[in-house]
Design a protein around this ligand. Structure first.
Ligand SMILES: [Zn+2]
Length: 65
């Protein structure tokens, strides 16, 4: 199974979230809908959804050193 990187916005854990009809899946931040709106693209497979989510986890983490 693909490893999910931390949320690029808040550092929270990523979690798979499937649509109500079960058609698509994406990865959302554990804090999604609460303090964070971090979410990956809707895809038809968890592997692709994970890749889309992981791609987003780059810039934003500047200024921490
Ligand atoms: Zn987040």
């Amino acid at each position: 199974m693909t490893e999910l990187l931390p949320c690029p916005f808040c550092g929270g854990a990523g979690r798979f979230s499937r649509s109500l009809d079960g058609e698509v899946v994406n990865v959302r931040c554990a804090e999604w809908g609460k303090s964070c709106m971090g979410a990956g693209p809707n895809e038809y497979s968890e592997a692709i959804a994970a890749a889309g989510w992981n791609r987003r986890t780059s810039p934003l983490q500047t200024g921490e050193e």
